[in-house]
Ligand binder design. Structure first.
Ligand code: ADP
Ligand code: MG
Length: 629
């Protein structure tokens, strides 16, 4: 039989290699930025179009390439960074495989311009799908510019595999941030579709972190500094009170290279042990310097994992130094999340001013008139304010002035109670859980147990409601209704709120803006890193706004649903989740009643938005049976 094995032509081999090196536009961004850093640039510009799908360009003022190198750099295994296998253990550069440019050139249109300082003229090369199209001399500034156009133009399957621009842009930002955070001694600028997204001047490490993540970051940071024989640690961790729900801002750099390490992450979390709420995530920006020969970065082509010689020592040092920093800055002892919630002021009293006792004389009081003193509920018919009839004393309407703050508040249509089994004696339907009317209660129909469940008698027996899930359901339906009928109620803020976000988060907010406006948010201004909010949904308080938005961004980080219905649904779910009363919260009787009534006025009261049961019922017969034994 004849021999059948052949050596693959270079362009095929390069295309195969490209599969490993270039997964998406962000991979190109990473490789080009790292090459520019390796070329000792002090000024690096990143320009992308359509999340990098149509253009990724990196312009640097680094050392440039000679005419020969300019051509050679596109060959596979062409690198100026290592010569011998031993060099792998004393690496001081980001790249070393000599694979990136060959791979990129195999699957895109590339234009390169480069000039060394000592040369009169530079070189300009065009290469498309591994084929050299042209090479010319040209008058150029010192440094190198790579423009990568039409990524995957010759591999439609890969191109179709790319995610939406939002998702791809998010990945590009991640790569940009990683390189920018590792090199505060380099000036970085970043343009997307013609707008400047970042402009990061040469600065200290702290300023770089702050410039990348908005001005508000500064107050959150606690410095960490430790020098030992095996590692030098510097950087910052966030104060526990600024811990986030998502794992967004967590960075390890080892010898100026961004790395991921579950093990070191664990060390950081261990340092925060006991001072973070469940599930809360601190931010950290930690820079470790270790001898080049004590690590092996040769694990994966995209190189975010590395092996350390002495991982357990590193763990201990990292944990101890962060603990020390948190302690030194007096952060640890002040926090006590374990405190007894009974000592907390119930939240509806929180913002009330103290009232001076006064004596009121009801001059019209006639003990012999037959006015009934019994107080009974009546349906208010209004979405939020309930009123009580039959009472001889009526509170003056103190809410009149507030009405002007509510824009577009409309009466909710009466929502039909469908659950045949659940039939309450009172029929008040109210949308607001926290109603501040202070009316005495004659019959108590609800009872809270373990700050978790609300028990209430119903005609057939009793119902036990899970307060957190029930409230999620109520809020979820409110938000959804508001969003779909575009009639959201909005409360105007006297002082607009200014909130800072990273560029990636801003991109998400921009995408979600329409739906957010439908929930009742009013955006006065949005720009590259902050929003000014002048109106918020009625069921959100000012202090909750940033929590709600942060949760929303973290819930939707993985990708925004394409159609507007599921987008609304995700937003409503996320907001309901963050705003619902939690297990462990004491509720007043009024709040309990409003919650139970609100739940059974829902279209789908049986389950929470996350499909968990909201209540169970127990029939009198079932209770009888238990006693019959
Ligand atoms: P590696 O970075 O692993 O060496 P690359 O394919 O990324 O491999 O680059 C190949 C070579 O091209 C580099 O070793 C370097 O000599 C040269 N090179 C690439 N980008 C630049 C740049 N921006 N400035 C100067 N030289 C560069
Ligand atoms: Mg490289």
């Amino acid at each position: 039989m004849s021999s059948i094995i052949q050596l693959l032509p270079d362009h095929v081999a390069n295309q195969i290699a490209a599969g490993e090196v270039v997964q998406r536009p962000a991979s190109v961004v990473k490789e080009l930025l790292e090459n520019a850093v390796d070329a000792n640039a002090t000024d690096i510009k990143l320009i992308i179009k359509d999340a990098g799908k149509s253009l990724v360009q990196v312009i640097d003022n680094g050392k440039g390439m000679s005419v020969t190198d300019a051509r050679l750099c596109f060959e596979r295994h062409a690198t100026s960074k290592i010569r011998h296998a031993e060099d792998l253990f004393s690496l001081h550069t980001k790249g070393f495989r000599g694979e990136a440019l060959a791979s990129i050139a195999a699957i895109a249109h590339v234009e390169m311009k480069t000039k060394q300082e000592q040369d009169e003229l530079g070189t300009q090369i065009v290469i498309e799908g591994s084929k050299f199209v042209s090479q010319e001399s040209a008058v150029l500034p010192q440094g190198t510019s790579f423009a990568i156009k039409n990524l995957f133009f010759n591999i439609p399957a890969r191109r179709n595999f790319l995610k939406s621009d939002t998702v791809e842009y998010r990945h590009v930002i991640d790569e940009f941030q990683r390189v920018a955070l590792a090199h505060p001694n380099i000036h970085f600028t970043f343009y997307h579709n013609g707008s400047e997204m970042y402009n990061l001047p040469i600065s200290t490490l702290r300023q770089r972190v702050v410039n990348v993540f908005s001005g508000k970051t500064n107050e959150k940071l606690v410095p960490v500094q430790e020098e030992t024989e095996i590692v030098t640690i510097q950087g910052f961790v966030s104060k526990p009170e600024f811990a986030k729900k998502s794992r967004g801002e967590q960075f390890f750099f080892v010898n100026d290279r961004f790395i991921k390490s579950g093990y070191l992450h664990h060390a950081v979390m261990a340092a925060y042990d006991g001072i973070l709420k469940d599930g809360a995530q601190p931010s950290y920006f930690l820079y470790l310097t270790v001898p080049a020969n004590s690590i092996d970065i040769n694990i994966h082509p995209t190189k975010t994992e590395i092996k350390f010689d002495d991982e357990s020592a590193l763990y201990a040092i990292l944990r101890a130094s962060i603990k020390h920093s948190l302690g030194q800055f007096n952060i640890a002892p002040v926090l006590d999340f374990e405190r007894d919630a009974n000592l907390d002021t119930p939240y509806h009293y929180k913002d009330l001013e103290g009232i001076t006792p006064t004596i009121q004389v009801d001059r019209s009081f006639n003990p012999f008139s037959d006015d009934k003193e019994t107080k009974s509920y009546s349906s208010s018919g209004s979405g939020s304010a309930s009123s009580y009839s039959g009472s001889s004393y009526k509170k003056p309407a103190a809410t009149a002035n507030w009405e002007s703050l509510y824009v577009g508040l409309k009466q909710e249509p009466d929502l039909a109670i469908e659950s045949a089994e659940i039939s309450f004696e009172s029929e008040e339907v109210t949308a607001s859980l926290f109603n501040d009317e202070e009316v005495e209660q004659s019959v108590q129909n609800v009872y809270q147990i373990h700050k978790k469940y609300i028990v209430s008698p119903i005609k057939s027996g009793m119902v036990i409601v899970d307060q957190q899930r029930a409230h999620q359901r109520v809020l979820y339906e409110q938000f959804l209704t508001n969003m779909t009928v575009h009639q959201a109620s909005s409360q105007q803020l006297l002082f607009p709120l200014e909130l800072y976000f990273s560029a990636g988060e801003m991109e998400l907010i921009d995408e979600l803006k329409f739906s957010l406006i439908n929930t009742g948010f009013v955006f006065e201004e949005t720009n590259a890193n902050h929003v000014v909010i002048s109106g918020i949904p009625v069921n959100v308080t000012e202090s909750e706004v940033s929590i709600v938005l942060e949760q929303l961004l973290s819930d939707l980080q993985e990708g925004i649903p394409e159609n507007s219905f599921s987008q609304n649904d995700s937003i409503a779910k996320s907001m309901a989740k963050s705003l619902a009363v939690k297990t462990g919260t004491s509720l007043t009787i009024k709040e309990q009643e409003n919650l139970v009534n609100g739940l059974f006025a829902c279209k789908d009261p049986n389950v929470s938005p996350f499909q968990k049961p909201t209540f169970i019922t127990m029939r009198v017969e079932d209770i009888d049976k238990k006693f019959a034994i």
